[in-house]
Design a protein around this ligand. Structure first.
Ligand SMILES: NC(=O)c1ccc[n+]([C@@H]2O[C@H](COP(=O)([O-])OP(=O)(O)OC[C@H]3O[C@@H](n4cnc5c(N)ncnc54)[C@H](OP(=O)(O)O)[C@@H]3O)[C@@H](O)[C@H]2O)c1
Length: 326
């Protein structure tokens, strides 16, 4: 079968190729899926760079989320049958014609949810939902600050927060040419990071920020702490720049601000509490089916186009969400 294969760590597309590899078979508690569409994510780039913890062994087939039809079910699986349409969270290997997923993380698709949108649901939309609900405990009318607002997760948060009753949405982006994309995703205020960003955030939400969603390691943590309202929650959920992450501030800093810092990793949650990830995935699929959630996605025509998208993401030049038709 065709699959996107990374043969070693690299900052460019030079060690990524579409190769022919054996079709994977599902083990105990797993299903294999004939992939119709797969999500492309920044986490693939982190794997490509060789960031610690993202690749088990080279060669490596990346890909964390797929939509397609169940091909085979492994021993001990009930409730899923071959031919059934599903969206599934794949530990890796999603960017391939056939992918294997834990059955607990494969959710049947409502008829009216198209595969191209369903492929963005397991990692991107479910992460955005769980960031706002499980991690940040977003309350009615609370305002939200999101860094990297124009990207995949950033644009998904902008679509979901209003559906969850959230208030004002403020986004930051790394470059001026991303402001428009973040605005059209739904942010009320978009700020280019750099000098003056803190003042601009304070102007946008004078009472302070209730929820900060921060995928940038701890690069911006001091800013987050400064703008957070008493009772605010800062969710750390990535390390886009890579490299060593310095320690968190001493606890008196948190006491002084009456703020909380929360960590979130959907991948870790798939191991520790898979039912919560599956419940989140079901909920976003239902919101789509009910017409209450729509996220624009850019469809890449085949696996051959994915290395170029990875390179766009690696350079911080992606716009919104990309899925590939497999
Ligand atoms: N913890 C979790 O469970 C979880 C789940 C999904 C995604 N994530 C994380 O959430 C973030 C967004 O994911 P995504 O797939 O939607 O990606 P994305 O936002 O579409 O693209 C990544 C963005 O990161 C920013 N960035 C900052 N430093 C960068 C660097 N050194 N190189 C490249 N980009 C850099 C850029 O935006 P700006 O320049 O505008 O900041 C870039 O557009 C990623 O960091 C990802 O790892 C975490």
């Amino acid at each position: 079968m065709r699959a996107l294969v990374m043969t070693g760590p690299s900052h460019g597309p030079d060690l990524t190729e579409v190769g022919d590899i054996p079709v994977p078979e599902p083990g105990e508690g797993e299903v294999s899926v004939d992939v119709s569409h797969a999500g492309v994510n920044f986490i693939d780039v982190m794997a490509r760079r060789g960031d610690p913890g993202y690749v088990t062994a080279w060669p490596f087939v990346p890909g964390k989320e797929v939509a397609g039809t169940v091909r085979r079910v492994g021993p001990g699986v009930s409730g899923l049958v071959p031919g059934q349409r599903v969206a599934a969270f794949t530990p890796s290997g999603g960017l391939a014609e056939v992918a294997v997923a834990p059955a607990a993380l494969a959710v049947p698709l409502p008829d009216d949810v198209p595969s191209r949108l369903a492929a963005a649901a397991p990692l991107m939309l479910t992460s955005a939902l769980l960031l706002l609900t499980d991690a940040a405990r977003l309350g009615a009318g609370e305002n939200v600050l999101v860094h990297s607002a124009s990207g995949g997760v950033g644009s998904a948060v902008a679509r979901l927060a209003p559906a969850l009753g959230g208030g004002r949405l403020v986004g930051t982006v790394g470059r001026p040419d991303k402001v428009e994309a973040a605005r059209s995703a739904g942010y009320d205020t978009v700020i280019v990071r750099g000098e003056g960003a803190e003042a601009a955030i304070r102007d946008a939400v004078p009472g302070g920020v209730d929820v900060v969603l921060d995928p940038l390691g701890v690069e911006l943590l001091e800013l987050d702490l400064e703008v957070a309202s008493p009772g605010g929650r800062i969710v750390l959920f990535g390390n886009a720049g890579g490299g060593e992450v310095p320690p968190l501030p001493p606890h008196p800093r948190l006491m002084r601000g009456n703020v909380g810092i929360v960590g979130f990793s959907v991948s870790a949650l798939t191991a520790t509490a898979p039912h919560r990830v599956a419940r989140g995935l079901r909920r976003v699929l239902d919101l789509i089916a009910e017409g209450r959630l729509d996220v624009p996605v850019t469809e890449v025509g085949s696996l051959d186009g994915v290395p170029d998208v990875h390179q766009l993401l690696a350079g911080g030049r992606g716009a919104g969400k990309y899925v590939v038709r497999v």
